[in-house]
Design a protein. Structure first.
Length: 328
């Protein structure tokens, strides 16, 4: 029965994200993470020597302190369950809700789609700049659409499947653990002069945490491609061929599946902070990239998420439940 209780917050939180999107006007723990990381970075850079080794140690300490904070939050959730089970359920559901981003990712990417359909290229560039890190003022209509599709594909793994994977293992606080790691990587895990040493630990930790979820997300997305009547064979082909065509060991997995399923070509060179970064293409240009591909990418994301929630329910209730029964 306890296992059933601990599965409900994941499903309820997922449904809240699906229908309501990111909670507005209330404290958001991911925003708190961002403020903590920024404050800790400033303090740790001063506390450690400004040398290569010193900054690497400072970055390692950042990771340790953030993970300790997640453990503290987990202890609060555990105490809430011990105090009154409904209180624990509400608190954990709220955490799950804050860890997911499907609704908002869909809304933001569809805003790009709307601007492209209206032939408002400046508006589309601005809209896509809200969800990507690259320079958008140089993008044409195809470049804007590709940027939105790539973001939906990559964040299906990073923003949805990965936190759900850790929720499968450790409940809502598992998702929180992942989000702490991922937020650190998004803020300091850059390979530039400022963060090359300080952000190294955060980047490596994120790579480790994303290794299994990225591959699981790709396989779920291939299944989703079949359910969406997209090209499953091409999705599998491009995944096998192009999944390593990214500087990160994990980032191209869902992007390659999406490119194959939609029969389009993604990635290629991109500008970041005024500097051109050479990148390989992912996928084959069977069809030109068009705004409607953003809608198709979102459909893939939604169905992939539904499959992951179904998998969580199955594993936690059958597998974990069976092991618990056997132990008893």
């Amino acid at each position: 029965m306890l296992l059933l209780y601990r599965t409900l917050p994941i499903l309820l939180g997922g449904l809240m994200d699906f229908f309501l999107g990111d909670p507005r006007g209330i404290p958001h723990i991911i925003i708190l993470f961002g403020k903590m990381i920024a404050g800790l970075e400033k303090s740790l850079r001063k506390a450690f020597r400004d040398t290569e080794q010193g900054q690497r140690n400072a970055g390692r300490m950042l990771v340790v302190l953030m993970l300790l904070f997640v453990l503290l939050v987990s202890a609060v959730v555990f105490a809430a369950y011990r105090l009154w089970i409904p209180l624990g359920l509400v608190l954990e559901t709220f955490i799950v809700w804050q860890c997911l981003c499907m609704k908002d990712l869909k809304l933001e990417s569809m805003h790009v789609y709307d601007k492209l359909k209206q032939k408002d290229l400046p508006g589309a560039r601005y809209a896509v700049s809200m969800i990507v890190g690259r320079d958008t003022e140089v993008l044409d209509e195809v470049g804007v659409a590709k940027a939105a599709i790539e973001t939906v594909a990559e964040n299906t793994s990073d923003g949805i499947i990965a936190p759900l994977f850790y929720m499968l293992l450790f409940g809502g606080c598992g998702g929180l653990l992942y989000k702490a790691v991922n937020t650190m990587d998004s803020m300091v895990g850059y390979r530039n002069e400022k963060y090359l040493h300080f952000g190294r630990a955060a980047a490596l930790t994120d790579d480790v945490f994303n290794y299994i979820p990225a591959r699981l997300a790709a396989r779920l997305m291939i299944a989703a491609a079949g359910l969406c009547a997209f090209n499953t064979r091409q999705a599998l082909k491009i995944y096998k061929r192009d999944r390593q065509k990214h500087a990160s060991p994990n980032s191209a997995h869902t992007e390659s599946v999406c490119a194959g399923a939609l029969e389009i070509q993604l990635a290629g060179d991109a500008w970041y902070f005024g500097e051109l970064h050479k990148k390989e293409y992912i996928g084959d240009p069977i069809h030109p990239v068009v705004p409607d591909d953003i809608k198709r990418a979102n459909k893939l994301m939604v169905v992939t998420t539904v499959l992951m929630l179904a998998l969580i329910t199955l594993v936690r209730l059958l597998v974990f439940g069976g092991l618990l029964h056997a132990a008893i």
